[in-house]
Design a protein around this ligand. Structure first.
Ligand SMILES: [Ca+2]
Ligand SMILES: [Ca+2]
Length: 237
């Protein structure tokens, strides 16, 4: 009898759970994942898309990979009064003519993983930039590059600045380019596997009007993708 060549085509949570996190299974205890809120804070509410992983995980090569969480991301505490600042805001990019999709997809609140929800930028180091319209103090940035399969986007760097050219008041809040191949400085953050939960990045209270997110290809191909980028914080004006 011939062995099955693709025993995981009908992948189950058990089959996938070895390599990366999946949506909470019945029996998960949200209470156990919820840190105690302190006065003046609130849990960040993030609208999540439908999970899409349907295949087996790819062989991901990374020497700097964060260990995937065993379940859903714990609730994240942010300063009270924090709101979503980026919805509908203008997006620019180092690639003003994306290969697929348009830059508006970054802030249209659609985070579903299907092809129609994804903008594809040219290969190599590229950035997208969100204009919040006015200065703000940032609590968190959540980015969905892609979640049709498990992969890692390279050299993810997130910066905040006062001006659109990133000359004044530039603060780097995330950088996992550990070998400085993108030339923005070597970062100490870890690479991460993309999931439907997106990647939550601490805004560290950085102040600015513009948020820029860099990447440089991914472990499946050399293109750069975005589904949505959300910026949470408080307007300063
Ligand atoms: Ca979107
Ligand atoms: Ca690098």
């Amino acid at each position: 009898m011939k062995p099955l060549r693709h025993p995981c085509i009908l992948a189950t949570g058990a089959a996938l759970g070895l390599a990366f996190s999946l949506p909470a299974a019945a029996g998960d205890s949200p209470a156990a994942l919820t840190p105690t809120a302190s006065p003046g804070t609130q849990a960040l509410e993030i609208q999540l898309p439908k999970p899409l992983f349907v295949g087996t995980p790819k062989n991901i090569k990374s020497t700097n990979l964060e260990k995937p969480l065993p379940g859903k991301r714990p609730l994240y505490q942010v300063p009270a009064g924090t709101t979503l600042l980026s919805a509908g805001r203008k997006v620019s990019s180092s690639d003003q003519a994306p290969i697929i999709g348009s830059l508006e997809l970054l802030t249209d609140k659609d985070k579903e993983g299907g092809d129609g929800s994804i903008v594809e930028l040219s290969p190599g180091k590229q950035y997208v930039q969100i204009d919040l319209g006015k200065p703000a103090q940032l609590a968190a940035i959540v980015v969905w590059h892609y979640h049709q399969d498990a992969r890692v986007y390279r050299d993810v760097v997130v910066q905040v600045a006062e001006d659109a050219d990133f000359i004044s008041g530039v603060v780097t809040v995330f950088n996992n380019d550990d070998d400085n191949s993108s030339g923005l400085g070597a970062g100490k953050d870890k690479e991460f596997i993309e999931t439907y939960e997106g990647k939550l990045i601490d805004g560290k209270g950085a102040k600015g009007r513009y948020v820029r997110l860099y990447s440089n290809g991914n472990t499946s191909n050399d293109a750069n993708h975005y589904i949505e980028a959300e910026v949470y914080g408080k307007a300063l004006e």
